[in-house]
Unconditional design. Structure first.
Length: 274
DNA sequence: CTAGGGCGGAATTCCCATCA
DNA sequence: TGATGGGAATTCCGCCCTAG
């Protein structure tokens, strides 16, 4: 999809891009080879320049270059090409206002899920996060990343895709759980657990040191990032439907990866009030 | 509850094609 | 060639939404 995207060029919006596609100019190469593309001469020259730069950036695997030009709702355009760099992130906190303790973090990167726990190994997060070139989160632009930076001094990758806004562009609104339900994802024994439950689980864990409590908290945290990986593909496929390329570019939807942690039904009951 | 970034619509600027 | 109008892109601001 990236090689068919013109939106990232200055002076090009959704209308111009759609017009190019309709005129049979479907790829960067189509445009560059076209003797008289259906735009003004000045804009054509500017676009030609931008496309040559785009080709160079793609050849150099320069994710940041595209991330800077395709933000928020349009970020999905470069996702398929750079998917293998994605690090899916979700944090839990103790819920105490604007300066909370980060209690647990899950990071799914290159097929490996790593969990960080406050007081255990949270310090390892910095170096692992530094290896991630493309961060994927849900509402992370507003929540996870600012808190990680403020509370842990962490530095997030420059390229960050917040699925909240990608999904919204695809017409799917609401919180993470609602989005999962929309695509038929099932949380099974974690049904009904939300972020506030994670706060309660953390308090319960501190008080009791019962391993089942921590395990339930981590299962919830892990379920969030495992869901992100699948939601991302759904979102891209949904947005492809609004382009002429859905038939050839639709991605296979992966299964939700197995959760290495097991939520204890008794602990779930304890914090959901069920 | 509280914070914060981004959406959405309106206003504004920019660009291009069309004319005389 | 210079003025003009329309359409598209960009900018700006208040409010919405979601996180734990």
């Amino acid at each position: 999809m990236l090689g068919r995207t013109f939106l990232h060029l200055p002076g090009v919006g959704p209308k111009s891009e759609a017009a190019l596609w309709a005129a049979g100019i479907r790829t960067w190469e189509d445009f560059l080879a076209h003797p008289a593309p259906p735009v003004g001469a000045g804009k054509a020259a500017l676009m030609r320049e931008g496309l040559l730069e785009s080709q160079a950036a793609l050849a150099a695997d320069d994710l940041d270059w595209f991330a800077a030009r395709l933000r928020t709702a349009t970020a999905w355009r470069f996702l398929p090409r750079f998917l293998h760099h994605a690090g899916y992130l979700d944090i839990e906190t103790d819920g105490t206002g604007s300066h909370p303790t980060v209690t647990a973090v899950s990071l799914l990167h290159q097929g490996r899920l790593t969990t960080y726990v406050h007081g255990r190994d949270m310090d390892r997060l910095h170096e692992d996060l530094a290896r991630v070139r493309l961060l994927v989160s849900f509402n992370g632009a507003c929540f996870d990343v600012p808190i990680l930076e403020r509370m842990l001094g962490a530095r997030a990758p420059r390229a960050h895709v917040d699925l909240r806004f990608v999904l919204r562009a695809a017409g799917v609104r609401g919180g993470l759980k609602a989005c999962e339900r929309h695509f038929g994802l099932n949380r099974r024994e974690l049904d009904g657990v939300d972020g506030w439950c994670a706060v309660l689980l953390w308090r319960l864990w501190r008080r009791t040191r019962d391993q089942r409590v921590l395990e339930t908290l981590l299962a919830y945290n892990a379920a969030d990032v495992l869901g992100l990986e699948v939601l991302l593909v759904h979102a891209v496929n949904e947005l492809l439907l609004a382009t002429p390329f859905a038939a050839e570019l639709t991605l296979p939807v992966p299964r939700v990866a197995p959760n290495p942690f097991r939520a204890d039904p008794e602990m779930v009951r304890a914090v959901t009030g069920g």
